[in-house]
Design a protein around this ligand. Structure first.
Ligand SMILES: Nc1ncnc2c1ncn2[C@@H]1O[C@H](COP(=O)(O)OP(=O)(O)O)[C@@H](O)[C@H]1O
Ligand SMILES: [Mg+2]
Length: 300
């Protein structure tokens, strides 16, 4: 039996509940801890986390479910657990890199993973030339930390692209510009990785008149079968990002599968519902193995 904590701000959320039930049913002691209510105590040689007035002790593993609005503090709390020698299902460094679309694509492309052609401008003046580099409009403009498709815009004209980049720059919000993969036709594939396996995959199809296939944008989800090539780049992407649990999103393009992003805290509701796979169970099982390896001194 393990002593587990799910780091989550929403005890009632589907993913949190699903993990909680899976942990319980496998005989573990589990509780939900709000990471924002954790205080970090930095003291020579004795890293601690305070919660509800006491020190958190005796934990075997934490399962981070950190929202995008609190990535930095969430990552700091995870790091503190790492320093305390507690196994974490998602490492703090991996979470930080995955959360930033640019960092994520930089890392993957440097390792020869196929990604949509992507550029970032240091100054709006560079935009016209960068659009040429992308092969012209339409292009996709994305905020670095967008989620649920909010902050992802399809831009048809060069002048709109320039105005958008100017506006975002003024707001201190850096954006990336990306070639638009029209042939994906509003669909993408979400592959869910646990350990070294793809445990489930779904095809998400955007609603009529929408190019973003986020379920929060009304997309529909059906089970998907990955090609061997897709499976290979999905597993490789998760590994390169240092993630044991990952939602890898792929666009099916004319030149083959392109990895669009890797989510470090992928939601369970859509994919468990669409595929009927017990993903939470697979995650807990993987944590059991991880803790065992970890306790033998083989770190992650
Ligand atoms: N370059 C692109 N070409 C075609 N469709 C895209 C492209 N980038 C994003 N999309 C669509 O928009 C959706 C949201 O983009 P994504 O980068 O995943 O942002 P978020 O993190 O907000 O979900 C994707 O799931 C995909 O359907
Ligand atoms: Mg996405």
């Amino acid at each position: 039996m393990l002593n587990l904590a799910i780091l989550s701000r929403g005890p009632g959320l589907y993913s949190t509940q699903s993990l909680f039930r899976a942990a319980r049913s496998r005989g573990h002691y589990v509780r939900v801890i709000d990471h924002q209510q954790c205080s970090i105590v930095v003291e020579q040689g004795v890293p601690q986390v305070l919660y509800e007035g006491g020190r958190l002790v005796g934990m075997d593993a934490v399962i981070p479910r950190i929202g995008t609005s609190v990535t930095d503090y969430g990552a700091a709390v995870i790091r503190q657990f790492e320093l305390m020698g507690v196994y974490t299902a998602t490492r703090s460094e991996a979470l930080i890199i995955a959360r930033d679309k640019l960092k994520c694509l930089q890392k993957l492309s440097a390792e020869h993973i196929a990604v949509p052609r992507t550029v970032i401008a240091g100054m709006p003046e560079a935009v016209p030339r960068l659009i040429d580099l992308l092969g012209g409009t339409p292009i996709v403009v994305k905020m670095l930390e967008s989620t649920h498709g909010v902050g992802v815009v399809l831009v048809e004209s060069r002048s709109t692209a320039l105005s958008l980049v100017e506006a975002f720059t003024k707001l201190g919000q850096p954006v990336i510009l990306q070639e638009f993969i029209a042939e994906a036709a509003g669909a993408d594939v979400r592959a869910f990785v646990v350990g070294k396996r793809v445990v489930a995959a779904m095809l998400r199809q955007a609603s009529e008149g929408e190019f973003r296939s986020n379920l929060h944008r009304g997309a529909t989800a059906t089970p998907a079968v990955l090609t061997p090539q897709e499976e290979k780049i999905v597993l490789e992407s998760a590994r390169l990002m240092g993630l044991d649990i990952a939602g890898v999103d792929i666009l099916r393009s004319k030149r083959g599968p392109l990895v669009m992003e890797v989510n470090a805290s992928p939601g369970l509701e859509g994919i468990e519902t669409a595929t009927k796979v017990d993903i939470a169970g697979a995650i807990i099982e993987n944590i059991e193995k991880g803790v065992e390896r970890f306790s033998k001194g083989r770190k992650w």
